[in-house]
Design a protein around this ligand. Structure first.
Ligand code: BGC
Length: 763
C-alpha cells in the first residue's frame, strides 16, 4: 500500500472520475488506514495536518493554495461557499499524500438562517425545538461545503457581565447538558460522515464561563468539586453524545492555561471521558501561552501545547515554526506528533472525507446561484423556534396580547435594526434578510391598524462605547448614530406616542454589546434608552417593553413601570414575525428563563442553585448576621425557570409513588397541571431536588427534570417524572459521584421559586 491510491483522487478530477479510481483496500478499516498514512508521511506533512488556518486573514489566496499543495494545512475556517472551498480541496488533493482538508466555521445559532442566540434557544426549554434549529444549521452548513462547526458552546455562565453569556445556554448544569447533547446529535445527525452532517466541536473546554469578574479572557480559579459538579457536565454530555471535536478554552484553570493543561486535556478528557476526537486550540491560544507567562518563547509555547494535547493549532504559526526543531532536539517525540496527527486524520475519516473529499462540496455545476441563500433559508423553522424562545416577564392588567386595531407607536433603536436581530456570532447570516420588529408588526397588521415608528434614541450616546462596539470584528461599523440630538429624538417619539393607543418600546443592547470581548460593569439598559423610556412613561399610554439583549439586564425600572415586558433576546432571521406573533397572541408565550436576572450588578452571582450557608437569609425575615446584602432582598428579580403566559396554570400537590427509594431503584413524582385560563397554551413543568443532609454542602435545589406541556383552555394533564438513584448523585469531597442515603425534597413548579413539595428517603 505504498502508493496512495486509497484516496482515488487526482488533482482536479471531477467527482465522477474520482469515483472510478481504485479504492484503498484499507479504507474501511479506520485504524489501519490511518496508520498506513502516518507511516508514509514526512514530519513536515505531519505538522501540516496540525494547522487550522483562517481564510481571509493575512495569507493571500494564492499562497494558501500553494501551502495546501505542499501539504502544509490540515483544515481551514471562515469560508462559507462550496465555490470558495472547492479549489482549496482540489489543491489539498494535489499534495503528495492527497489528504483532504476539512472546512470549519462558527455555526453557533444558525448558518444562513439565523435562529435565536443560545440564551434564546435555551429559553424554549424544548429539546425538540432546539434540535430542529441544530439540524437546519447542519443542513445549511454542509450544503455550503462545511464539515465542522465550532459549536455547541456550552460554557455555564453565572456572571451576566460576561459578554459571551449570550452564546451559551445559561446557568444550570442539567439544562445546559441536555441542550449540549441535543445540539451534538442535531449537528452530527445519523453520523458525522453523512453529507448533511457537520462535526460538532464543543467549546470552550473548559470553564470559560467562569472567568473572574465576568471579564473576558480572565482567569478561572475553582474548586475541583465545583468544576465536576457544575461546570464540566455539559462538555462531558457533548462528548458522550459523540462530539467529534473539542475546542480548548482561552482561559487558565487554577493557574494553568487550558491550552497547556495536561490534566484537562489528557487525564480528564482522554483518560476519564474517553474522548477520541480532535482537540483544537482556540484562536491564537498557543502564542498566548507566552502572555499567560507560562512559556518564555514560541518554542516553549508550542512544546507545552503539543505535550498537553492540543492536536490542531488555530490561527497560530507556532506549530509550523517550532515543532520541526522540537522534534529534531528530541524535546518532542515523534510519537507525540503522531498522536496528534492520528486524531486529525481520525476526525477527517469520521467526516467521511477520505471516502469522498467532495461529499459536502459537490460539483461546480450544482453550486447554488443564490449565493446569499435567500431562496434556501428555513424561515418557517426559524419563526417556529423564535416563537418558543420568547419569555413574557410582565403583563399587568393583561396589557398583552395587543389588539390588531387602533394606532401602535413603535419606538426604540432596536425596532428596525436588521443586524441586531441576528445577534452576535451570526455566521453567514445576512442582516438584510432578517425581519425586524417593525416589519413583523406591519406584516401582522396589514391594514387593520396604524403602525407609527420613531427611533426615539440611539443605542447609546456614549461615543467611547460606540467606538468600541464598532471596533469589533464586524465587516463594517454597525452602531450607526442618528445625528439628531437626544432631546429631538425623544420629543418626536413622545409626540407620536401621545397619538397612539399603545407604545411598543424596543430597547436593550446592540448585538455587539453581548459578544466576545464585550464584558460590562453594568447591566443597565444604556442611559439614552432609559431617558426615552422615562419620557414615554409620562405619556400615560400603555407601555410594552420588547427587550433585545444577550445577557440578563437590570430590569427594576421596567418591572415597576412597564405594563408588559417581553424578553426576546436576539431572535434571528424571523425574529420580527415571531415577536409579532407573541404580541398579538397568535402565539401564547411559553419561554422560561435559563438564567437568573439579578436585581443589581452587585448581587452577582445570582444563580438559583447556590450552596447552602450556615446563616441563610430567610425570605420575608431579613435580619442581622444572615448572609445577605442589607440594601436589597436576596434572590433575583426574575428567577431561573420563570416566564408567564397569556393563560393561567395551576399545579396540584406533588404525588410520590413511594415514600422511599431503594438503592438502585427509582420512584415517580407527579403533579396535575391545569390550564385554568381562557386560552390554550404551554408551560414548562420543572422538577427540582434538594438533598437535606450530605457529607458535603449541597445546593439549595437542583433541576433534575423538565417537561414542556401544552394544554387547551380548561384542560388538565398529569405530568410524571421518573427519579432514579442516578439523579441523586453528586460529587463528594473525594470527587466521586455518589448518592448518599437520607431525606430528599422533590420540588415541582413552573419556575425555580414557586414550587410544590414532596419528600422521600433514599434508603
Ligand atoms: C472564539 C471561538 C471561535 C474562534 C473562531 C475565537 O475568538 O473564542 O469561540 O470559535 O474564535 O472564530
Amino acid at each position: 500500500m505504498k502508493r496512495l491510491f486509497m484516496l482515488g483522487l487526482m488533482a482536479g478530477l471531477s467527482l465522477q472520475s474520482i469515483a472510478a479510481e481504485p479504492r484503498s483496500p484499507l479504507l474501511d478499516d479506520k485504524p489501519a488506514f490511518i496508520a498506513s498514512l502516518i507511516e508514509q508521511m514526512t514530519l513536515e506533512e505531519k505538522i501540516g495536518q496540525l494547522r487550522l488556518i483562517s481564510i481571509g486573514g493575512d495569507m493571500p489566496r494564492e499562497r494558501i493554495l500553494d501551502e495546501l499543495k505542499a501539504g502544509h494545512i490540515g483544515g481551514t475556517f471562515n469560508t462559507v461557499t462550496r465555490h470558495d472551498n472547492r479549489p482549496m480541496q482540489q489543491a489539498a488533493l494535489r499534495s503528495r499524500m492527497k489528504i483532504p482538508i476539512f472546512f470549519a466555521y462558527d455555526v453557533v445559532h444558525g448558518h444562513r438562517t439565523i435562529f435565536p442566540i443560545g440564551l434564546g434557544l435555551a429559553s424554549s426549554w424544548d429539546l425538540d425545538t432546539i434540535a430542529s434549529s441544530g439540524r437546519v444549521q447542519a443542513i445549511e452548513a454542509s450544503a455550503d461545503g462545511l464539515d465542522m462547526t465550532f459549536a455547541p458552546m456550552v460554557d455555564i455562565s453565572r456572571d451576566p457581565r460576561w459578554g459571551r453569556t449570550s452564546e451559551g445556554f445559561g446557568e444550570d448544569p442539567y439544562l445546559v447538558s441536555e441542550i449540549a447533547r441535543t445540539m451534538v446529535q442535531a449537528y452530527q445527525g445519523q453520523s458525522p460522515a453523512a453529507p448533511d452532517s457537520v462535526t460538532a466541536s464543543v467549546k470552550h473546554f473548559a470553564l470559560y464561563g467562569a472567568v473572574e469578574g465576568g471579564r473576558d479572557y480572565n482567569v478561572v480559579d475553582m474548586s475541583p468539586m465545583r468544576m465536576h459538579q457544575d461546570y464540566l457536565p455539559p462538555y462531558q454530555a457533548a462528548i458522550d453524545a459523540g462530539a467529534g471535536g473539542v475546542m480548548v478554552a482561552l482561559n487558565s484553570i487554577n493557574g494553568v492555561p487550558a491550552s497547556a493543561n495536561t490534566w484537562l486535556l489528557q487525564d480528564l478528557l482522554r483518560r476519564d471521558w474517553g474522548f477520541d476526537g480532535v482537540a483544537l486550540s482556540d484562536h491564537g491560544a498557543i502564542s498566548e501561552l507566552m502572555r499567560h507567562g507560562v512559556a518564555k518563547d514560541g518554542r516553549e509555547a508550542a512544546k507545552l501545547a503539543i505535550k498537553a494535547g492540543i492536536d490542531m493549532s488555530m490561527a497560530d504559526s507556532l506549530y509550523r515554526e517550532e515543532l520541526p526543531g522540537l522534534v529534531a532536539s528530541g524535546e518532542v517525540g515523534i510519537g507525540e506528533i503522531d498522536t496528534a496527527v492520528r486524531e486529525v486524520l481520525g476526525a477527517k475519516y469520521d467526516m467521511g472525507l477520505f471516502h469522498d473529499p467532495f461529499r459536502r462540496i459537490g460539483l461546480a455545476k450544482d453550486d447554488p446561484v443564490d449565493v446569499n441563500a435567500e431562496s434556501r433559508l428555513h424561515r418557517e423553522a426559524a419563526r417556529a423556534v423564535a416563537r418558543e424562545s420568547i419569555v413574557l416577564l410582565e403583563n399587568k392588567g393583561q396589557t398583552l396580547p395587543l389588539q390588531k386595531r387602533g394606532t401602535i407607536a413603535l419606538v426604540g433603536p432596536l425596532a428596525d435594526s436588521p443586524v441586531d436581530m441576528m445577534g452576535s456570532w451570526s455566521a453567514a447570516g445576512v442582516a438584510k434578510q432578517s425581519v425586524t420588529l417593525r416589519q413583523g408588526l406591519l406584516d401582522a397588521l396589514g391594514d387593520k391598524a396604524v403602525l407609527r415608528h420613531a427611533r426615539g434614541a440611539n443605542i447609546t450616546d456614549d461615543p467611547h462605547m460606540v467606538e468600541y462596539l464598532n471596533f469589533l470584528n464586524w465587516d463594517k461599523p454597525e452602531v450607526v448614530q442618528d445625528s439628531r440630538s437626544p432631546e429631538t429624538m425623544v420629543a418626536e417619539a413622545v409626540a407620536m406616542a401621545k397619538q397612539a393607543d399603545v407604545i411598543v418600546a424596543t430597547v436593550g443592547e446592540s448585538r455587539g454589546m453581548s459578544h466576545e470581548a464585550s464584558s460590562r460593569t453594568s447591566l443597565q439598559i444604556p442611559k439614552s434608552q432609559q431617558a426615552l423610556l422615562k419620557a414615554l412613561k409620562k405619556t400615560g399610554k400603555p407601555l410594552v417593553l420588547v427587550l433585545m439583549n444577550g445577557r440578563p439586564l437590570d430590569l427594576n425600572w421596567a418591572k415597576a413601570n412597564a405594563d408588559a415586558v417581553v424578553e426576546t433576546w436576539f431572535s434571528g432571521t424571523e425574529g420580527g414575525h415571531a415577536i409579532a406573533d407573541v404580541l398579538f397572541g397568535d402565539q401564547n408565550p411559553a419561554g422560561k428563563l435559563p438564567i437568573s436576572f439579578p436585581r443589581s450588578v452587585g448581587q452577582i452571582p445570582t444563580y438559583y442553585n447556590h450552596l447552602r450557608v450556615g446563616r441563610p437569609y430567610v425570605e420575608g425575615k431579613p435580619g442581622n448576621y444572615t448572609s445577605q446584602y442589607f440594601e436589597e432582598p436576596n434572590g433575583p428579580l426574575y428567577p431561573f425557570g420563570y416566564g408567564l403566559s397569556y393563560t393561567d396554570f395551576e399545579l396540584s400537590e406533588v404525588r410520590l409513588s413511594s415514600p422511599s427509594m431503594p438503592r438502585g431503584g427509582g420512584l415517580e413524582a407527579s403533579v396535575t397541571l391545569k390550564n385554568t385560563g381562557s386560552r390554550d397554551g404551554a408551560t414548562v413543568v420543572q422538577l427540582y431536588v434538594r438533598g437535606e443532609v450530605a457529607s458535603v454542602i449541597r445546593p439549595v435545589k437542583e433541576l433534575k427534570g423538565f417537561r414542556k406541556v401544552f394544554l387547551k383552555a380548561g384542560e388538565t394533564r398529569e405530568v410524571r417524572f421518573k427519579l432514579e438513584e442516578q439523579d441523586l448523585k453528586f460529587v463528594n469531597a473525594q470527587l466521586e459521584r455518589v448518592a448518599e442515603p437520607g431525606v430528599f425534597e422533590v420540588q415541582i413548579g413552573l419556575d425555580s421559586e414557586q414550587v410544590k413539595r414532596g419528600q422521600f428517603t433514599l434508603l
